[in-house]
Design a protein around this ligand. Structure first.
Ligand code: ZN
Ligand code: ZN
Length: 344
């Protein structure tokens, strides 16, 4: 199929405003593929853009109006000459970080720290709130056959949880505690449950704990109820200092911990001697760029409770309402999606 030309509808964010506009279809470029977007997830980073509290704007990395959107799925409609990894008709999920492949971190296998990276919908690249998005062929992941394009929007946020599971090496006989019931914590509960029956959720939000139980958590606990030496793996997704301080006592000797939550402050009560005496491993988890394929398999497998993580799907014309619901914390489940299939 030839690369479409002309213009297309997009959604843009300016301070406190979401607007529908028309923009040129991105032109064909070497190594790129043109994807027609099907579903788009909205996340806190997008809400910060809308509320004029975005790091990307403050640092001068992006400017309004922004064609936002970095959690999305779609169908490949055209590929540049020489692209063979995907073909028109393939269903794909897009990666947020687009890396250069040439800098030191890229060459040494830590692409997430690429010195010349772009971020879809945030830094140097158009987002997916559009009929079409052009992506490097290397930055899209083909979905398993028959996968739900709707459910697969969860893959982008879930790659971080997958990185935590892979890095800590969760096995069938592990006893896992997931601390935190935000989007990442809930994803981590549902994902860890596909590997081991023994997943407890630890948190403070009663609705979050309830939701985690419905996703398969064995027990829901407050932090002070989590027993000493009870877990072989702790996944910290709350971002709270008290949760980090509790890792050492919650883990059994030889236990492993993954820090997904970003705790940008000192941690009172953290006893490093517990790491030494109990032989614990603590891993910092930044994104999960190398885990899109595995995450797509897990999230779209029959039986994965993706539907319990998606609050609702609104038509693209109700984007402003979707932002209002998300920002106002009026959702019972963490994710709200826009259906872009009628955006023509
Ligand atoms: Zn996001
Ligand atoms: Zn690089």
């Amino acid at each position: 199929m030839t690369w479409p030309e002309g213009d297309m509808p997009v959604l843009t964010i300016s301070p406190h405003t979401v607007s529908a506009e028309r923009r040129p279809v991105p032109p064909e470029a070497p190594g790129e593929v043109l994807v027609e977007v099907a579903y788009l997830g909205i996340c806190g980073t997008d809400v910060e853009l809308l509320h004029d509290r975005s790091y990307y704007i403050e640092q001068g990395l992006s400017s309004y109006p922004v064609v936002f959107g970095h959690e999305w799925t779609g169908i490949v409609r055209a590929v540049a000459p020489g692209v063979r990894s995907v073909v028109p008709g393939d269903a794909v999920v897009g990666q947020t970080l687009v890396t250069c492949g040439a800098c030191g971190p890229c060459q040494s296998g830590f692409r997430s720290a690429c010195l010349a990276h772009q971020e879809v919908g945030l830094l140097g690249r158009q987002g997916a709130a559009a009929r079409y998005i052009s992506m490097p062929a290397t930055a899209v992941t083909t979905l398993p056959e028959g996968a739900s394009l709707r459910d697969a929007v969860l893959v982008e946020p879930a790659v971080t949880a997958m990185n935590a599971l892979v890095t800590t090496g969760v096995r069938f006989d592990d006893r896992v505690a997931v601390v935190g019931t935000g989007t990442l914590g809930l994803l981590a509960v549902a994902m860890a449950r596909t590997i081991t029956r023994h997943v407890d959720v630890v948190g403070s939000s009663e609705t979050g704990l309830e939701l985690a139980l419905s996703l398969g958590a064995e027990r829901a606990l407050h932090l002070d109820e989590a027993a000493d030496d009870a877990y072989t793996v702790v996944i910290e997704a709350s971002g709270k200092p008290a949760s980090v301080a509790a890792l050492g006592r919650m883990l059994r000797p030889g236990g492993r911990a993954a820090l997904i939550g970003v705790v940008n402050q000192e941690v009172p009560g953290f006893l490093p001697s517990l790491l030494t005496m109990k032989g614990l491993s603590v891993h910092g988890i930044f994104h999960g760029l190398d885990h899109y394929g595995a995450t797509a398999e897990m999230i779209t497998a029959p039986g994965f409770p993706a539907g319990l993580l998606i609050d609702r799907v609104l038509p693209w014309s109700e984007a402003a309402e979707a932002f209002r619901l998300l920002a106002g914390r009026e959702l019972e489940r963490p994710k709200i999606l826009l259906d872009l299939s009628t955006m023509r």
